[in-house]
Ligand binder design. Structure first.
Ligand SMILES: [Zn+2]
Length: 158
């Protein structure tokens, strides 16, 4: 529905609400490319380790933001880790949500990593989620070399 400039205190000009789609591409960088290729080709999750502070960054980075050292050591981490925190969205926002609510998002620190990954949580009733739960990666069946090759994290099956 059009809004006239009179509505805004002026005269004559029509103003329409709209949205602009802006497709673009970007370079994943050396570290990002290797990370995404590992997910896509081998379901392997690798981070980079700082030679100074020994942090294992996941997703990997080329430079340690803590001590500014170049990181060229790659470390494969587990596909199992610990749920550090989570949130649940219970209302619908059509066209931007990946699935119907409730939608659980969390940060999972995989074993061997010093930082966590933010991602969807699934395979569980959201009322059963608890900080500290052991979680495992569920890889997408058809992977394309991007972050969504990890489909979600689910509670570890024992
Ligand atoms: Zn460091």
């Amino acid at each position: 529905m059009a809004v006239t400039s009179e509505d805004l205190g002026n005269t004559g000009t029509l103003i329409y609400p709209s949205r602009i789609k802006l497709p673009y591409t970007w370079h994943a960088g050396k570290a990002g490319s290797r990370f995404y290729q590992g997910l896509r080709d081998n379901c392997r999750i690798c981070g980079t380790k700082c030679p100074q502070c020994s942090w294992v960054y996941l997703p990997p980075r080329e430079t340690c933001p803590r001590c500014y050292r170049i990181m060229d050591e790659w470390v494969e981490v587990s596909n199992v880790g610990t749920l550090l925190t989570f949130t649940v969205t219970r209302y619908a926002v059509p066209s931007i949500q990946p699935q119907e609510p409730p939608i659980a998002m969390g940060i999972v620190k995989l074993d061997g990593a010093s930082s966590g990954l933010v991602h969807l949580l699934g395979g569980v009733d959201v009322s059963e989620l608890r900080v500290g739960m052991r979680m495992q990666v569920v890889f997408r069946e058809k992977r394309q070399g991007n972050y969504l090759d990890i489909e979600y994290f689910r509670p570890l099956k024992t």
